[in-house]
Design a protein around this ligand. Sequence first.
Ligand code: ZN
Length: 699
Amino acid sequence: MKSLWSDQDARTAEARLPNSLGPLVAQRLYTAHLIGSDASLVLHGGGNVSVKASGKNFLGEELEAIYVKASGTDLSHLSSEGLTSLDLQRLRKMRQIESLTDDQLRDAYSLCCLNANAATPSIETLLHAFLQHRFVDHSHADAVLTLTNQLDGHALIKEALGDSVGIIEYIRPGLSLATAVANLCDSQPDLVGVVLMKHGLVTFGPDAQSSYEAHIDIVDRCETFIRQRTKGKSLSVNFTCEQKPDDIVAKIAPTVRGLLSTKSDKIDQLFVRPILEWRHAPEIMQFVNSDRAKVLASASPLTGDHVIRTKSRALFCDVRDWSDIPAAITTITQAIETFRSDYKKYVQEYSPDVVQEDGYPKVMLLPGVGVLCWGDTKLSAGIAADIAEQTLRVKTYASLMGSYEGLTDEHLADMEFRTLQRRKLSDAPRRTLAGQVVAISGGAGAIGVATARCCLEAGAHVALADLNQEALDRAVKHLLAMQREGRVLAVRMDVTDEQSVCDGYAEIVRTFGGVDVIVPNAGVAHVAPIESLDVQQFRRVMDINATGYLTFMQAGIRILKQQGLGGNIIINASKNVFGPGKDFGAYSASKAAGHQLGKVAAIELAPLGIRVNMINADAVFGDQETPSGLWQEVGPQRAKLRDMRSEDLPEYYRSKNLLGAKVTGEHVGRTVVFFASNATPTTGATLPIDGGVVEAFPR
Ligand SMILES: [Zn+2]
């Protein structure tokens, strides 16, 4: 590892910050970004940094302050708002206190903050405050953990780093750890850093550069030491299989997702469903296929900081034959059940007062497949996956050097359930479609995009399936502008081709783990009187609108059944089903067929808790950004028939309905959200979204 310090960049960072904050804060942010941008040093809100400088209290009095990273903030994007300023002398007086509960510590931090609305400072604030140095950096560097998490970790650290670096045996973060580190540094003022066993590294210095470079130097020495010790060694792979991991994941993920889902206490959400992040880089495959995978996977994590994201253990599913999927599923089911009961025992033993959210694994390792990580959202599953990848890497090197040894269950439970750690997790209320995956065919069209937008706003993960790649790219770009959390997937799909539909769903499953809401919506139209209706054109419309609804539904139903979590099918039918118009025979017949398929599906699928409902919308024209492809196709002819200009059609349709309402894709989207929310026990129903058209009233 090499220092990335650059005088010029440091000066640029200084120039960017307002003068009122001063150069010390600017330097602090600059090296925080250098540390935060290296995943082998910190991950997702891990690690923390501080600087001591002058500050002002609410009376405007100047005092000695410490600016420390706020809890859970990412170092790579740290801004001055992400630094919480506290009264340094008040914090230092806490060194006289013997012990503090988490609640007392949190209250004490609040009372020391210089700003009443400041973000909660890092759990390790006292460690920073008690040290005399102006700059302090703390990371959970891979190389340091590789050495500390060993049976003979202490001796290895000594050998690798010598006497210039202090060592502290594991102590939970908080007052005791801060006092221990400060006492050590006071007694040995020449130390350049302190290694916290099974936790990480602390360095310090009079300026940002010296503290940062001491950090990098120590990590570099650890890396060199590890390289020398593991030269020529690698994990021996003892598992191979002929089945492709892509195919296996597509086959098993929905069943696993069903097993990991729990009943929701909210009546309309029915289940709390996790979202998948699957990782299968060569390094991961080598680990899961190795002879040490089982032992290492079930060993405890690298540092207590990770357990709120990954739980205290990963689950290794010892499947040795992927040619027999039902047998593999049985093995996985049993493994999950065992995990669940072990987890229950672990909580009862070490944190009996904790209300358990669920007892299921967040990280699963499978030979031949890789790592399946699960979270409330794609984002949280991704965080668990990043940590899992780092864990496998460190455990690999640790095991090649000797014997991996992590924290005890007692220490892990302490970190997993302590309130100051739990606060890092979002406690925002679950939105209506949180955890649900919505698949929309014709997803790149006007109604598709508007529906996706509504579902995203309701917290769903959304897969847009469409034949038109260009329109898909445009749609995704548009949706990414409203969220960047990985909740949108574009899938190229031809609904007239069963294989293409199956492949598309397989991609959705590999990305999100399954599907919960199916919205058949892809459609085309053709204008011609029945007498002269071209049979080829009729077949094309039927093929896309009717058969396409069938293919999109049936492939989705198979996944819903596998999950066993019920689900919703919401068919975008048409006002034409009840109120057809002349020259629109092909379209009306195809939509009536789709509508009827929905009714039959409602009867067939009710025993599985799958609801099927229909939306009869009229005249959805889209907007400039996403115009309606259907209206672009048929608009000119419909206008000609009525002796008007195409651009006057929206106004014509608006004036025709009872409410005089303009119907938009968003109206359809809101209806999808309504049905998918299970707010009412409704199936087999048709809801018109047409402003009121008497001849199309459902009957
Ligand atoms: Zn830490």
